[in-house]
Design a protein around this ligand. Sequence first.
Ligand code: FPP
Length: 230
Amino acid sequence: MDINGSKIPSHVAIIMDGNGRWATARGKNRSAGHREGSKNVDRIVSHAFFKGVKTLTLYAFSAENWERPKEEVDELMRLLKVYFTKFIGKALKNNVRLKVIGDKSRLSDELRELIERDEKKSENNEGRNLLVAINYGGRQEIVSAVNVLIRDGKEVTVSSVSERLYTAPFGEPDLIIRTGGEKRLSNFLLYQGAYSELYFTDVLWPDFDEAEFDKAIEEFGQRNRRYGKV
Ligand code: FPP
């Protein structure tokens, strides 16, 4: 509940789509769209925590995004490095814990070390969690959890798989937002999203501001979550 009595989702996940189209519409290259999108990350992270969201999960780079042109991938990796270099100061001040979800083994040593430094330094921060999905794929996550169970000779059940997902300590998203007009999950949080409310907006990620975020929260407050029951 927030001060106005409306329901605030505890865990919000966002598919930040539309950077490329934002840039193309302005005669700029796609990387310029990612730079603008990156600025918006700061704005929405602050606002979401201000509204009372406890866990925010952002889809920054999918396992399939490596197929994009090299210069675009390089720019996204550069932006992530900039983000994690600056992140830790703000995180410690604002009590935010960082966790990167996805397969970190394909990232450069430099980026991986920065991430691990930030994760370690922020691990005792409680109450606000920022999860950033990088080289993440929902199917890959499920398959790898099942393989770990098989390797360890454990039974594969709904809860044993769930306990081995990257997000295990942070719970499932109450609300998944996708900006940029497409209405699909694109391999994001497939297992954890089983009962998430979905919110799609045509607004492109760089234009998705505080007021747009609030619209999504308001709509969430009007949904009736039944989890398969009546
Ligand atoms: C999708 O837009 C967006 C991405 C693949 C990258 C998202 C990355 C950022 C917002 C910046 C870096 C992130 C952090 C956490 C600092 P698109 O390129 O698919 O857009 P399009 O559908 O219009 O082509």
